[in-house]
Design a binder for this molecule. Structure first.
Ligand code: WTA
Length: 671
């Protein structure tokens, strides 16, 4: 009987410990979190020597927000000091108005004059096992030579440069070289398809693309140059393609357009004047998914972004001179921008970059790196932690992890079970865990514990950082002191996005129209009686799949692009490892074959259009989709079906019979 199967599935899923599904419905998740009462105060030893030891920063920020951020900005090197801290004209913020600085100068040059000159800036580990160390002095020379190389290709201040690379030091070098000469980088994650790369290049109007012959992933080669060639074919504005030679992979070099990285830097001077950038000049754009199919280029600027990422790296990770800091993200995401490259380097830290997969050649790869490099701070995503749990504690147990002193988590809500496992098996029950909430748009961490001060609670990102005014509001925008609602930000912060590239209207609509005058995050959250925030996931049509944001529309557009597909609706469903799995309901065009292979074909089509991260976990073929009388697909009902839940209110459906047919069909297909 279909109903029994549904109940069994529900049971199985709720036992999985996966993050609660929260899309459009923050409420059901709240009950599950209410009974999480375990408290983890910082140990006295940790608290004693922590960077932040008391709540003075919170008080300082409460007393005078602008003066507070100005003191943080003053820790950077400015060529010209700002004359006004903040110019706030909703939704347009200008931070450190009139100030001039250079991000590469702050991340590299200022460290080479003193004791950090020969300190490791980047410790790199390639997937096949190769290793490189770049000291700050090495990094200085590499960045300058490449910056001069870019200049020779005609790259100037304000030009956009697309970057599509594996996780090699040259990726960070490329970003810093752009920052040095004032070019705006737009990094595209190497796992994205040629078509996704093309769309991003076209939207940003980049004139140069930096890529590599390939990269390693789980022992196979990512054909980056090949995909870049496919993309560039349709990008008439691209004048030059710079190719870093990562391996010895066969690639085609187009005469006049394509240049090897090593040739470009050959003979270039080690000195390159850092362009004095206005505090509000663009530093980068980074594409992320919104609620429509078209990715948005989030715009970040110079002074505020660097101020915010530099301060938060120090506070949240309790960064010290001798730390070896390892963030497992890819530089193609905001986490890599802010917390592998800019935040750590601005602080003069040693940052680890790893090229490959966590389970290659075996499931202890991260722990091997931690042991070999003596990593002290480790920052990863809940989806990875859930994978570690599944693989079992024997993998970390093979290694000496005693160098670790702090752990972090980012990308999605960390379920308490995963938190406890991380605490026990990686942190030896002594490392504080910082659960950090933020977004591509926020640029910097906004809600997180201060590890020497905050009492942690598994599953809660705890409190907004000093200088951050977050709130939970109801439908009308009124504050909910205790309880669930929408997460908003009431005051501007330095690293906030300055817009969506080329689309000021979308910027207003997306973030500033739901609750006038305040920033709407798109996340649901609950605040408890102690003022702790519990993040509940997205409340719009954005899915968080393995810590990566994808819009349901984006996947739908890719499906509908297939010649056999008439219509598609995509929803997220709770998934044990990935947080959310992608389930697609697809209607095939009349007269098209329903061959069994069509399902694989459709999945492959999505991979080709967007990339592997967007591959649907399940596709349900259906003759019709549930729609309102005005023709709007009711995703809420599809989500209920995919979750195996009792289907909610169907009174607005044009044809209520659709649901019964779909449910039966779904359950048959699942069994
Ligand atoms: C989610 C990643 C709960 C959230 C830095 C947010 C989180 C989206 C957390 C942004 C966290 C990120 N707890 N949810 N600690 N961190 N999220 O732009 O839904 O890739 O809106 O930035 O991830 O994802 P993005």
């Amino acid at each position: 009987m279909p109903d029994d199967k549904g109940a069994a599935r529900r049971k199985k899923r709720s036992a999985s410990g996966a993050a609660p599904p929260a899309a459009n419905a923050p409420e059901p998740a709240i009950a599950a979190l209410l009974d999480e009462n375990r408290l983890y105060p910082p140990s006295p030893e940790f608290a004693k020597s922590a960077q932040v030891r008391d709540d003075a920063l919170y008080r300082e920020a409460d007393a005078d927000l602008e003066a507070f951020w100005a003191s943080r900005a003053a820790e950077l090197d400015w060529f010209v000091k700002w004359h006004k801290v903040l110019d706030w004209n909703v939704p347009d913020a200008k931070w450190f108005v009139g100030g001039k600085l250079n991000v590469a100068y702050n991340c590299v040059d200022r460290h080479i004059r003193g004791a950090r000159r020969n300190k490791a800036a980047i410790l790199w580990v390639g997937e096949p096992g190769d290793r490189r160390t770049l000291t700050y002095w090495d990094l200085y020379r590499e960045v300058n030579r490449f910056a001069n190389g870019l200049k020779k290709l005609g790259v100037k201040k304000g030009d956009r440069v697309a970057v599509y690379m594996p996780m090699v030091p040259e990726l960070a070098i490329a970003m810093l070289a752009c920052a040095r000469i004032g070019a705006v980088h737009s990094v595209v994650f190497g796992g994205f398809s040629a078509e996704s790369l093309r769309d991003r290049i076209l939207d940003s109007e980049a004139k140069v693309l930096i890529t590599a012959d390939g990269g390693y992933r789980r022992g196979t080669i990512l054909p980056l140059k090949h995909d870049a060639d496919e993309a560039v074919k349709q990008c008439p504005l691209i004048e030059h393609v710079v190719v870093f030679k990562r391996g010895d992979f066969q690639v085609h070099m187009k005469e006049g357009r394509d240049h090897w990285w090593h040739r470009i830097v050959d003979g270039q001077s080690d000195d390159c004047w850092p362009e004095p950038m206005d505090s509000e000049d663009l530093l980068f754009t980074l594409y992320t998914s919104g609620t429509t199919g078209k990715p948005k280029g989030i715009v970040h600027t110079t002074g505020g972004y660097l101020t915010g990422t530099t301060a938060t790296t120090k506070w949240v990770f309790d960064l010290r001179e001798e730390d070896v800091y390892f963030c497992t993200a890819d530089c193609g995401w905001i986490t890599g921008h802010s917390y592998i490259v800019y935040g750590p380097l601005a602080n003069g830290a040693t940052t680890v970059m790893y090229e490959g997969a966590p389970d290659w050649p075996d499931k202890d790869r991260f722990w091997q790196i931690v042991e070999e490099l003596g990593v002290t701070i480790f920052y990863t995503a809940p989806t990875a932690i859930r994978a570690f749990m599944k693989w079992g504690p024997e993998w970390p147990a093979k290694h000496r992890l005693t160098s670790l002193r702090l752990l972090g988590s980012v990308g999605e809500p960390i379920n308490p079970e995963a938190w406890m496992w991380y605490h026990k098996h990686i942190g030896a029950e002594t490392c504080p865990i910082v659960d950090t909430w933020w977004q591509t748009e926020t640029g910097m961490i906004l809600i997180a514990p201060l590890p020497g001060v905050t009492v942690a609670r598994p599953g809660s990102a705890t409190r907004p950082l000093p200088g951050i005014v977050a709130d939970v509001v109801d439908e009308k925008g009124e504050t909910v002191d205790v309880g669930g609602g929408y997460l908003v930000l009431r005051k501007p912060w330095p690293a906030m996005l300055r817009g969506i590239w080329g689309d000021p209207e979308r910027f207003r609509q997306n973030y500033w129209s739901r609750f006038p005058g305040v920033y709407f995050t798109g996340d649901g959250a609950k605040r408890d009686k102690d003022g702790y925030f519990w993040l509940l996931g997205r409340v719009d049509d954005v899915m968080n799949v393995a810590g990566h944001r994808l819009s349901t529309m984006e996947v739908e557009s890719a499906l509908v692009d297939h010649p056999s597909v008439a219509e598609a609706a995509v929803v997220g469903r709770a998934h044990e490892l990935k947080g959310t799995a992608i389930v697609a309901f697809v209607t095939i065009r009349e007269g098209r074959e329903h061959a069994a292979a069509i399902l694989d074909d459709l999945k492959e089509h999505v991979v080709q259009k967007i990339g592997k991260i967007a591959k649907p976990d399940e596709i349900i073929l259906t003759a019709d989709l549930p729609k309102t009388r005005s023709g709007k697909i009711m995703r809420r009902l599809l989500r209920d079906i995919a979750e195996g839940k009792a289907v909610g209110d169907t009174t607005t459906l044009a044809d209520p019979g659709v649901i019964a047919r779909l449910k039966t069909k779904y359950e048959d297909q699942e069994s």
